[in-house]
Design a protein around this ligand. Structure first.
Ligand code: 2AM
Ligand code: CA
Ligand code: CA
Ligand code: CA
Length: 276
C-alpha cells in the first residue's frame, strides 16, 4: 500500500502552486488574450485556461505520480470511478469574468481519496484571497479560520443564483426561481461557481442555486462547505454525484430547506426543473 499522505503538506504545496499560477494570471488578465468559444458563444476558453491547466497537471504528475486528474480543458485523465486519489482542477473558474470583468475568477483545486474530500484550495486571484482546508482541521480564508455555519432563514438571506435562469438556455422554470428570489433579502450572481461556493463556506452568502455545474467547478467548494456544515444537494433534493454534471442547491440549513420547498412546490404544480 502507498504511504499515507500528509494532507497538510499537500495543501501547503497546492497553495504555493496556485500563488505562482495566480501571479501569471494577474499579468495576463490585462494583456492580449486569445479567446475562443467552445460549446456555445458564451462558453469561452482562453490560452491562459489551457496554459494554467497544463501547469497544474505537470506539477501533479511530477510530484504525485499515480494520482488521477479530472480537469476542464482536456489535459487530465479519463476518470470513471472515484477510486484512489483524484484531483479536480479548474484552472480558471469564471473565464467570462477573466475575459470581460478582469476580476472574480478563481483557481479551484479539490483533492479526494476514495471519494472523500481531503484538501480544497480556491484562489480568488484578484481579491488575493485563498480559501482552503484539510478535512477535519477547519476551513480558512487566508490565515483566518471560518466559523461553522449557523442556521438561517430565507427572508434575511442573500442568495446567489447562476444567471442562466434568465437566458434562453435556462433549465428551470423562471417562476420557480422567482418564488425563491422574492422571499430573500437579496440575490447576487458572481459568475464564478468556485467563488460563490467559497462565499457560502465563509458565511457571506447564505444560499446558492445553479442548474448545471461540472465536477471541476464544485470539487473544491464542496469540501470547504462540508467542513463548515453547509447543506448540499441537487435542486430536487437528491444527492450529488461527484463525477457527473449536477444541478446545485446549497445553503445554511434552513435556507437550503426553504429553497428546496419552493422548488418542490413548483415541481408539484407541473413546472419544469431539469435535474442536471
Ligand atoms: P468556467 O468559467 O470554468 O467555465 C459561470 O456562471 C459559472 O458556471 C462558472 O463557474 C463557469 O465555469 C460555470 N460553467 C459551467 N458550465 C459552463 C458552461 N457550459 N458555460 C459557461 N460557464 C459554465
Ligand atoms: Ca469553461
Ligand atoms: Ca468552472
Ligand atoms: Ca474553467
Amino acid at each position: 500500500m502507498a504511504e499515507a499522505l500528509d494532507w497538510g503538506q499537500v495543501r501547503d504545496q497546492v497553495i504555493e502552486w496556485v500563488q505562482e499560477a495566480g501571479d501569471i494570471l494577474k499579468k495576463a488578465v490585462n494583456g492580449h488574450l486569445n479567446v475562443e468559444s467552445k460549446s456555445s458563444p458564451d462558453d469561452l476558453v482562453t490560452n491562459m485556461d489551457k496554459q494554467t491547466e497544463q501547469y497544474f497537471i505537470d506539477k501533479v504528475r511530477s510530484h504525485f505520480p499515480g494520482h488521477r486528474i479530472v480537469s476542464e480543458e482536456g489535459f487530465g485523465d479519463e476518470v470513471q470511478t472515484t477510486e484512489g486519489i483524484l484531483w479536480f482542477i479548474d484552472p480558471i473558474d469564471g473565464t467570462m469574468n477573466f475575459v470581460h470583468q478582469k476580476r472574480h475568477f478563481a483557481i479551484s483545486i479539490g483533492i479526494y481519496e476514495e471519494g472523500v474530500g481531503k484538501v480544497a484550495v480556491i484562489y480568488d486571484v484578484i481579491a488575493g484571497d485563498i480559501y482552503h482546508c484539510v478535512k477535519g482541521q477547519g476551513a480558512f480564508i487566508n490565515k483566518e479560520k471560518m466559523r461553522p455555519l449557523e442556521d438561517g432563514e430565507l427572508k434575511t438571506s442573500v442568495v446567489a443564483i447562476n444567471g442562466t435562469w434568465l437566458s434562453k438556455n435556462r433549465r428551470i422554470n423562471p417562476e420557480i426561481v422567482r418564488s425563491i428570489a422574492e422571499h430573500t433579502r437579496g440575490t447576487r450572481s458572481y459568475g464564478s461557481a468556485a467563488i460563490e461556493l467559497a462565499y457560502i463556506a465563509n458565511g457571506i452568502l447564505d444560499g446558492y442555486l445553479s442548474m448545471r455545474l461540472a465536477p471541476w467547478d464544485i470539487g473544491a467548494g464542496l469540501i470547504l462547505i462540508d467542513e463548515v456544515g453547509g447543506r448540499v444537494s441537487q435542486v430536487d433534493g437528491s444527492p450529488l454525484e461527484l463525477l457527473k454534471q449536477n444541478s446545485i442547491l446549497i445553503g445554511k440549513k434552513g435556507v437550503h430547506q426553504e429553497m428546496l420547498q419552493y422548488i418542490q412546490s413548483g415541481i408539484a404544480e407541473g413546472k419544469y426543473v431539469e435535474k442536471k
